[in-house]
Design a protein around this ligand. Structure first.
Ligand code: ST9
Ligand code: FAD
Length: 618
């Protein structure tokens, strides 16, 4: 039986009933798509994900890739190789690429609904298979030479990596010391050690193209301190003929010098990569022949942050559905109303109030976070449509920027916590056993709060870059929509009022942080630069509060749709589905939103005490 349980009904509800994606299908680059085709595509991917992709999920964890430190090679487990080949042969990865690069033009909303399936069934497969998608960044930023490399990535289905992190440069990417030395023939030699590199070495593909941030040496106007001094280089594992992509047989001087042993996602290799040791240079090209590395790399990072958030919620969703299945058959104890009666019949645990609370908590987060991902993807549809017309949609771009730290930071935090405290817990002691997938889900999902920028980094990105630097434009756009919904008469009036209050609490918190920031500005009279600490003490709090508000809004909008369907006479499984939607929205509003007032009060009471405390007192 498959570990992976998809929720196709909910994906379809979000795409078509909540977000009205029919409006995007059938037009522009999506002219060949309609709702029926989109639903058939999703069903086909779910079938593949549940069987052939999910099949090696546990195997890859129990028998992870083997690293040979002498040859500095990795041997992947056979079942994983097979699953990878199945995914590549299926061609579903082409939904991520534009037609001009061998892809199928597909709106981001449908794309992310499709990718949720592979990310829930076997997330490392997606990462190993992302080479062609990296090709898109190279295509967009590259010279004609680079575009040729991008074509090889797609046509020959090479692997690719994003290489930023160094032992002393994690969150602080700008501290990186890896150097790039220009060569007379226009290539560069990269020298240094990077660590924690996903898919840095494996034997799944004929070649791997590394996208490496390094600091150019001796180049005027480039190579200065911090992130702005970094440039982006394409460094292949094997040298190849640029025209044909055929390997020349010459190995480049970049090697995996270690593969980490980890808590989870063990099938994904996490490599230390050494460039230019042992006398063989690590030769590469400067992407686009421009020194704009961090901005170029952030095009990859933005996609990867969306991917990590989607992986997290996909795991929570399958975790919840596994817990639900277990709870429906596990018989334990008597109904609470007959607790004192030793002869009372034993019941399934779904009869116990605390299990019901826990199941509804899991359901509401899983569904809220799926809505958050797909709502964000629907904003990306606007960006995509504008681009397809040769233009831009600046507000959609800003709103997407605002939402990304919520998808990645908030989504991964909520998913990981709920998976551990609720989904695994529902199985009792059995949840702790490797007979069930929950313990692996918990181990595999923890990474989502760490890589692609930790939660602290997401909170800072949200506040400093996506709110303050944006002058609150995207936040204002979103708040206006949430406020207008909360004020409008409709189903669940009490919950709408709670949403309005929560929006006010979150807004007050943001305003407070802006005030602290101003009062830290040396240009302002009476300022104290240390007041910026009061901001830093609360950025994660604001990230979580805004996530709660957006999720409550999306669930209440879903409940409005569901109420209408019920009034129109939905029956059978549909009636159950819509009834569950309304219940999830109410439970979320009633159990989550009241906490925002407390969070606001905590933020308001922030002092510098923690910062004044001597370190020795910790
Ligand atoms: C990692 C990988 O963890 C884990 C999984 C790997 C899976 C790989 C495979 C799957 C991915 C597939 C992708 C395929 C490709 C997709 C293509 C799609 C078409 N937004 O604030 P400043 C830029 S990897 C946009 O001064 P500091 C911007 O250019 C490791 N851009 O920062 C800015 O200049 P300006 C992940 C942003 O103080 C410049 O940076 N590691 C954004 O110098 C400087 O900004 C991390 O994520 C943004 N949000 O540096 C590091 N932010 O302002 C986390 C910055 O002029 N640390 N830029 O526009 C950080 O993010 C830090 O905040 C920092 C600070 C490094 C940015
Ligand atoms: P640190 O930056 O040392 O952070 C330690 C703690 O301090 C964290 O809690 C952090 O939130 C906090 N902190 C740090 N700075 C600040 C600050 N300014 N304000 C507030 N809090 C702060 N990197 C790649 O380049 N490519 C990859 O493919 C890749 N894959 C990875 C795969 C795995 C399995 C792992 C574990 C990591 C991977 N990484 C990769 C690296 C990953 O992105 C970093 O681990 C991450 O960015 C955090 O950096 P760090 O581990 O050095 O932690």
């Amino acid at each position: 039986m498959s570990h992976y349980k998809s929720n196709l009904r909910d994906a379809s509800f979000n795409l078509f009933e909540l977000l009205g994606r029919e409006a995007v299908l059938g037009h522009g680059p999506a002219a060949d798509l309609d709702r029926e085709t989109a639903e058939a595509m999703l069903a086909e991917v779910v079938a593949l994900a549940t069987t052939k992709l999910a099949g090696s999920f546990a195997e890859g964890d129990r028998n992870p890739p083997r690293y040979d430190p002498v040859a500095r090679t990795v041997t992947m487990p056979e079942p994983v190789k097979l699953a990878f080949k199945t995914w590549m042969d299926s061609d579903w990865w082409r939904v991520e690429l534009p037609a001009e690069l061998g892809g199928v033009d597909c709106p981001p909303s449908l794309r992310w609904a499709i990718l949720e399936q592979v990310l829930g069934a076997n997330p490392a497969l997606y990462m190993y298979a992302a080479g062609p998608k990296f090709g898109q960044v190279i295509w967009a930023n590259g010279t004609e030479r680079d575009r040729q490399v991008a074509r090889h990535l797609v046509e020959r289905q090479w692997g690719a990596t994003m290489i930023l992190t160094e032992p002393d440069a994690g969150s602080d990417v700008g501290a990186g010391r890896t150097r790039a030395l220009p060569q007379p023939d226009g290539t560069w030699h990269i020298e240094g050690v990077k660590r924690f590199i996903t898919s840095g070495e494996h034997d799944l593909t004929e070649n791997i193209l590394h996208l490496v941030l390094a600091r150019p040496v001796g180049v005027e106007g480039a190579g200065g301190p911090g992130t702005k001094g970094l440039s982006l280089f394409m460094v292949p594992k094997h040298h190849f003929d640029l025209e044909t992509g055929e390997l020349t047989g010459e190995r480049n001087g970049v090697w995996a010098t270690n593969v980490e042993k980890k808590m989870g996602i063990k099938v994904s290799t996490t490599c230390e990569m050494t460039f230019g040791a042992d006398g063989t240079p690590a030769r590469g090209w400067l992407l686009g022949e421009v020194h704009d590395g961090i901005a170029q790399m952030f095009q990859v990072i933005e996609h990867a942050r969306m991917m990590v958030g989607t992986k997290a919620i996909a795991t929570l969703s399958t975790g919840y559905l596994n817990a639900l299945e277990y709870a429906r058959t596990r018989v334990q104890g008597a109904d609470l109303t007959r607790a004192g009666d030793r002869t009372a019949p034993r019941v399934t645990i779904t009869h116990h109030p605390d299990v019901r609370r826990s199941l509804m908590t899991q359901k509401m987060w899983a569904e809220a976070l799926r809505s958050l991902v797909l709502f964000t993807a629907s904003i990306q549809d606007d960006v995509w449509l504008a681009a397809s017309r040769g233009g831009r949609d600046p507000m959609a771009e800003r709103v997407n920027d605002l939402l990304l730290p919520l998808v990645k930071g908030y989504g991964s935090e909520r998913s990981w916590v709920v998976l551990g405290t609720e989904s695994l817990q529902t199985l009792g002691g059995s949840g702790f056993l490797s007979d069930y997938p929950l313990e692996q889900y918990v181990r595999d999902a923890k990474i989502d709060t760490l890589y692609e920028g930790t939660t602290a980094i997401q909170g800072q990105d949200l506040f400093f870059r996506k709110i303050v630097r944006d002058d609150g434009a995207a936040l204002g756009w979103l708040s206006a929509r949430i406020g207008a919904f909360a004020e409008t008469a409709g189903p669940l009036p009490e919950e709408r009022a709670m949403l309005q209050r929560a929006l006010g609490d979150a807004g007050t918190m943001v305003g407070l942080l802006v005030q602290h920031l101003r009062s830290a500005d040396p240009r302002v009279e009476g300022s104290d630069v240390r007041n910026v600490y009061k901001v830093g003490l609360n950025t994660t709090r604001v990230l979580m509060a805004l996530g709660d508000v957006v999720c409550a809004w999306l669930l209440l909008r879903s409940a409005e749709v569901a109420t209408r369907r019920l009034e129109e006479g939905a029956s059978g499984e549909d009636a159950d589905f819509y009834t569950g939607k309304v219940a999830a929205a109410r439970h979320f509003a009633q159990t989550v939103l009241p906490h925002l007032t407390a969070e606001r009060k905590i933020a308001e009471s922030t002092t510098l005490d923690l910062m004044d405390l001597p370190e020795s007192a910790f």
